[in-house]
Design a protein around this ligand. Structure first.
Ligand code: GKR
Ligand code: MG
Length: 431
């Protein structure tokens, strides 16, 4: 038997625009289309591995030099991938390591953007390596400790349609009050079998969101519930919400922004606090853990720099007795496969993971993922266990090519201005 030739001979980058419903958050509303980047690495043996990451311009600017530099390296040299990225990816225009541009994913530094880009390449390399060796990605990460991974329903306040009659449309209808949220949750439970529910908050005044959680608690007695206003509340408001909902919540997610404020909230409530905003990189861990600011870290393999870093984060959380689960942004099936593989290998996966996936009506893999009883089965097929649908990929790339530039960079505030021309991103804390 000859050894596979793992040398990378070609890297393909395909930016795409994927349709997205009018989901509301504290900064605005999702645009009708949102960018993603598909990364393909091809080995000398003709094996292709695939990865997916953010596709906004600032990520593409980092991905291109890395794609140019990668041929000649081995798909197995993942440490080398990080070294190479450090050498060839400069800082994207308008950022530096010290700049905080804020947003829904916490402080966004040039370093974090680089890690998000690397994650797409790392997943593609692992997929190619697994396919070359005949092993699933979870085996390359040490092996699965569970056969399926649990996900939670990700509930959003939303409009029935995008403003100004923009396409695309769907049949979910509006959810702007407790009854609408419960109806949405019932559909998630019926169609996907989810048994835990997360509501994206920070959209309406806190008392309205408290009422929505109470309505969910009544509709789904004893089932895990979470509320995530993306840091929109003051310390006082966070403590008020925690007091009102203490018995109903599994955890409160990023009630307020900054580690210092999260620590103040944590000191005043028994409700566990989770975050995907104040602990998003390794350097942020020490302060947050020593101050007791967070009890659950919601990892995201994109901005933590891939699947192996996610496992390193899991080990640190384990050491400090901090819980771990997974955060999600709008994504497609390649990223969901990657999340599922790494989640399968983490012993201390303490809560059902988030995923936007049910909101996406299109995908670029041949067989879309199916949730059963709120879970995804962990694939034992080589690599990620999925195949790229090249026809779909071409169509979504064509959409990106034809876009006039307005959707190529996610901008929830701009989308909101289509409905409310005076909208400005609210200052924090909003309430
Ligand atoms: O998709 O509107 C959204 C979310 O608010 C997303 O951008 C967040 O990053 O889902 C995320 C979260 O849990 O904070
Ligand atoms: Mg969150």
């Amino acid at each position: 038997m000859t050894n596979p030739d793992l040398t990378i001979t070609e890297v393909r980058l395909t930016p795409i625009l994927i349709s997205d419903p009018p989901l509301l958050n504290t900064q605005g509303v999702h645009q009708p289309y949102t960018p993603r980047l598909v990364v393909e690495v091809v080995t000398a043996d003709g094996v292709t591995g695939i990865g997916e990451t953010y596709g906004d311009t600032k990520y593409l600017d980092l991905a291109h030099p890395l794609a140019d530099a990668l041929p000649g390296h081995s798909v197995a040299d993942l440490n080398g991938l990080f070294i190479l990225a450090g050498q060839v990816c400069g800082d994207p225009a308008g950022t530096s390591d010290s700049v905080d541009v804020g947003g829904l994913r916490g402080v966004q530094t040039a370093d974090k953007l680089r890690l998000s880009v690397i994650s797409g390449f790392e997943v593609a390399c692992l997929d190619a390596l697994g396919k070359s060796l005949g092993l699933p990605v979870h085996a390359l990460l040490g092996g699965k400790v569970r056969d399926s991974v649990e996900y939670s329903a990700y509930l959003f306040y939303r409009w029935a349609e995008h403003p100004a009659g923009q396409e695309p449309k769907d049949d979910w209808g509006a959810a702007v009050d407790p009854a609408g949220v419960v109806e949405q949750a019932r559909r998630f439970a019926r169609d996907y079998g989810f048994t835990s529910f997360k509501l994206k908050g920070g959209v309406f005044p806190p008392d309205e969101e408290i009422a929505a959680i109470r309505a969910l608690a009544e509709a789904f007695p004893g089932q895990p519930l979470r509320l995530d206003p993306n840091g929109a509340w003051s310390v006082e408001t966070s403590l008020y919400v925690a007091e009102q909902l203490g018995d109903a919540l599994e955890y409160l997610e990023d009630p307020t922004s900054s580690t210092a404020r999260m620590a103040e909230v944590a000191a005043g409530t028994e409700v566990p606090l989770a975050t995907n905003m104040c602990v998003t990189t390794f350097p942020e861990i020490a302060e947050a853990f020593t101050k007791g600011a967070v009890q659950v870290v919601l990892s995201d393999h994109h901005y933590w720099g891939g699947l192996r870093n996610t496992r390193e984060l899991a080990a640190i959380c384990r050491t400090f007795g901090v819980g771990l689960s997974m955060h999600s942004n709008t994504h497609l099936g390649i990223s969901l496969a990657a999340m599922t593989h790494v989640a399968a290998t983490v012993p201390n996966l303490d809560y059902a993971c988030d995923s936007h996936y049910p909101w996406q009506t299109e995908d670029i893999i041949t067989i879309p993922h199916t949730f059963t009883d709120g879970r995804l089965t962990v694939s034992d097929a080589p690599g990620l266990g999925i195949e790229l649908d090249r026809v779909a990929l071409r169509a979504l790339h064509q959409r990106w090519l034809e876009d006039d530039g307005t959707m190529r960079d996610r901008d929830d505030a701009a989308a909101m201005r289509k409905a409310d021309p005076d909208w400005v991103t609210p200052a924090v804390p909003r309430w």
